[in-house]
Design a protein around this ligand. Sequence first.
Ligand SMILES: [Mg+2]
Length: 256
Amino acid sequence: MSTYLFAHIDKILAKIKSTPKNFLFLDYDGTLVPIAPKPNQALLAQDKRDLLALLCQQFTVAIMTGRSLEEIKKIISIPEIILAGNHGFEIFSPWGSWVHPEARGFQKVISGLATSLEEALKPFLGAWVENKGLTLSVHYRLVKERGEEKIKSIFYHTIEGHKEKVRVTLGKKVLEIRPNVPWDKGKAVERLSKLYEVPQGHRIYMGDDETDEDAFRALKEDITILVGQKDTTAAKYWVKDTTEVWLFLKNLRENR
Ligand SMILES: [Mg+2]
């Protein structure tokens, strides 16, 4: 059971202040911006970008998103920030870039599935396939509820022959396909922690979706925060919504 973050805010801020440098991990959609009907509508306001840039002076900051690296780069555009795209399969940082070596080989499978799914889902207005290179997403946020089950059944039917190569993960009104290699946001967080070591520092992770649970589990000893509420989560704390995320980030900035 997670507890409400702001009920313990003084204790948490004091803990963070006790170490000179800490690691701040942030999911994007549903965490920094509300989930928009279309992903290209979920933009970051300039004042928020400014605050993130300021936080980079205090923390090592990484954005952990399911979007492609290319896309999140365009949205964030802060030179000091680390970006982990495609659920951590690709990482960009001011000190170098990295792509999961095994995942590279799956691009052909992913693009083949993208084409098949696009074809199969054509009749559903409001559902669309996003090929993100190393992973792909089927979005169905704009589909009427009674169409959802049909989409899911077409989806699983289409990928039937590729079960050994790919893995399906579920998000908020999105079905995702990723290479069947043992990698997730939790593993990416561990890798980043090793690469950009913050000695004795605390790690803070904020995220709203199923794929963030891997990171919450990986960071058992740290400050994990779920955006929204769920019956079962590995996060220690929760905040209500993206507005409270920014309130917390402001608190972090003032806590220096
Ligand atoms: Mg999210």
